[in-house]
Design a protein around this ligand. Sequence first.
Ligand code: HEM
Length: 518
Amino acid sequence: MDETNKFYNVGLLVVATIVVAKLISMLIMPRSTKRLPPVIKSLPLIGGLVRFLKGPIVMLREEYPKLGSVFTVNLVNRKITFFIGPEVSAHFFKASESDLSQQEVYQFNVPTFGPGVVFDVDYSIRQEQFRFFTEALRVNKLKSYVDQMVAEAEITAVLQMCSDFQDYFSKWGDSGEVDLKYELEHLIILTASRCLLGREVRDKLFDDVSALFHDLDNGMLPISVLFPYLPIPAHRRRDQARKKLAEIFSSIISSRKCAGKSENDMLQCFIESKYKDGRPTTDSEITGLLIAALFAGQHTSSITSTWTGAYLLKNKQFLSAVVEEQKNLMGKHGKKIDHDILSEMDTLYRCIKEALRLHPPLIMLLRSSHSDFSVRTREGKEYDIPKGHIVATSPAFANRLPHIYKNPDTYDPDRFSPGREEDKVAGAFSYISFGGGRHGCLGEPFAYLQIKAIWSHLLRNFELELKSPFPEIDWNAMVVGVKGKGDGAVQAEGTFCLISRKILVDKLAGLKLLLHVL
Ligand code: HEM
């Protein structure tokens, strides 16, 4: 009996201790009152990761109707909280770097861009470097690039980009088939090289520099996001290419400096840029900033050019409208194309913008949260987001929200026309192909200028027909674009072909187009 009592007492003591401990802990540490967002249901540990890697947009499409505009996915030891739609994403776009930062989530760019630039430096330095971008891409600079190019080429009042196009497209001949994806990729590198990297690269070193950029490109793989320094051949080639590019730009910079030569390009802007304390940029920083500019602007613009073409050729009413616009502008200005004339191409602008709404090449934007914050959804729910979460939004998903865009999956450039302006009606951050707010794209005007110049030239000079099926989306690419081999071989499966017939610019103004259909 004694033994039983003893056992009983010990048991009671243990239970009482647990209860008291629990009570004390409840008193000292009250239950979290945080209203956390709903979490995507998945298998423990790697469940969310598998779904995320299989296709983040598919995951968003499935979960948004169930969970609403704010929800979390657990990825192994990280939590990603999504903010979908303008009603909830203001903080994402407007928050200060100390609250929501890019540095950690975009760290994988560091070995590509190189040391001392962008995500390898503190925000205060990065801000200054973005100021160099802003200055290099101001309207007066864009205009002066154009004028300088014109003077160089000794073609009065014809955009040099277009004379590049002239040379480039002359190899197309009078008719035939081309792989549009491949051709536009190539053309964008040519024009970006001239405007950004400078005349020396474009005229003398184009092949070498393109090959090195190719190695940089191929060194940025999905695995690089998690392990940017993994010792794999692609990373080794990337590192060698980065070193070689630094040597090439160093030699260009010193020869410009020795000759006291100044050019109208982004390279020159970066050479002349100075930090607030008066320090000039180093050669290594200049190289890194140029690489960053090309990485930000090259694939994004070539992909957008290709989608624009695909949609125009599929939707004849919009193709007629942009051709008509070119005819009117030619009636008004003759063959001349310059910055201001490109700015008059509103119909073409809307057609590009709509292609970009449906296919933003950067499908996911990320930040790392350093402080707690709250958000209120359109339905009136309030959630608290703890610091430590990765926060994300998705242009590819948010640009197609049906409460913002009528028939969101339909290509309809007129949705941006005066009177409709669907992207403005729902307020800021309804159209986020270029991001927005604090880190909105600095190259947007440059990108439109470049894409308009290409399409203006094509529309004025060629009659085009889509020969292949409408292209598919290549979800596997880091910058999401058009599926296809992109090697220029028009017979290859999945290539995106056109049949073209050349038309003389002079004749176009008053001329009926010759349609050539296979
Ligand atoms: C169609 C073409 C382009 C698209 C769709 C695009 C898209 C974007 C997006 C979505 C962001 C925001 C990233 C974020 O919030 O995390 C961004 C930022 C940026 N873009 Fe672009 N971009 C394009 C062309 C260009 C070009 C041509 C340049 C430069 C020559 C450029 C330079 C930049 C820079 C420097 C930033 C960083 C701004 C900052 O963080 O303050 N982009 N771009």
